[in-house]
Design a protein around this ligand. Sequence first.
Ligand code: G4P
Length: 285
Amino acid sequence: MTIQWFPGHMAKARRQITEKLKFIDVVIELVDARLPASSRNPMIDEIVAHKPRLIVLNKADMADEAMTRKWIQHFEQLGYKAISINAQAGQGMKEIAAAAKELVKEKFDKLAAKGVNPRAVRALIVGIPNVGKSTLINKLAKKNIAKTGDRPGVTTAQQWIKVGKELELLDTPGVLWPKFEDQLVGQRLAATGAIKDAILNLQDVAVYALRFLSEYYPEQLKERFNLSDIPEDIVELFDAIGKRRGCLMGGGMIDYDKTAELVLRELRAGKIGRFTFEKPEQKEE
Ligand code: G4P
């Protein structure tokens, strides 16, 4: 799925989320743990300002664990509740419900004091494309289907997905646009596969990724491509990888497009190991 984010579409996306905010208690903002700043919507604070927010760092299985911990700390210092999950494997699902409950505790306690019976916390998942919103909803929903048993039609017609007794999710997530006007953000998003279209030149994205890995994760890079050391010159690095993997053109020349494609494919599949592109303190870079 590729969304072309023209101003009209952005306005519509924003309007749709604003509409849904009326029905919910908590916003679950899903971000990619490998790029927790670049995978956020630039206007998120403005759009969902009045709702308690849980920031969920997804794809934690592909991110640098120490960095994920730093990011969680960072978001918590900013006053948000934050957790990391692996939606694909269904890890962290219980924590989502628990965190959402904690966010509304005060409000619900007040209601309870007035004699209003406690109800499930209602939440909306929002995030940029490809961050794992559908995967997460499906994981949470499946548990529900297992619980409610064989009632086809009922679940599909429902607007709310019950997650246990304590959480209800709107069944369609809020899809927001990324900060694609920033070149570095664009390269990071493209490197992880969040931007699927060839908006950016593939070789440029691979150059960015290889420079980054050379600096921050050199051992993983060496191991994956069987390099004894990493050439400083980026063309030499492309040559070394292309040669080892047989990305060649006629006459034995290195095919740089093929090499770039291979590097990105392996990076996105997690074959070059775990990595996180940005540190909390580099956020405004
Ligand atoms: P979206 O609704 O936000 O657009 O994202 P979606 O759920 O479609 O997920 C985008 C991709 O991210 C999918 O991969 C999905 O499997 C993968 N994904 C989601 N959560 C996680 C996670 O926690 N860890 C990892 N490693 N991957 C995750 P895909 O390549 O588009 O499809 P497929 O490989 O699942 O077939």
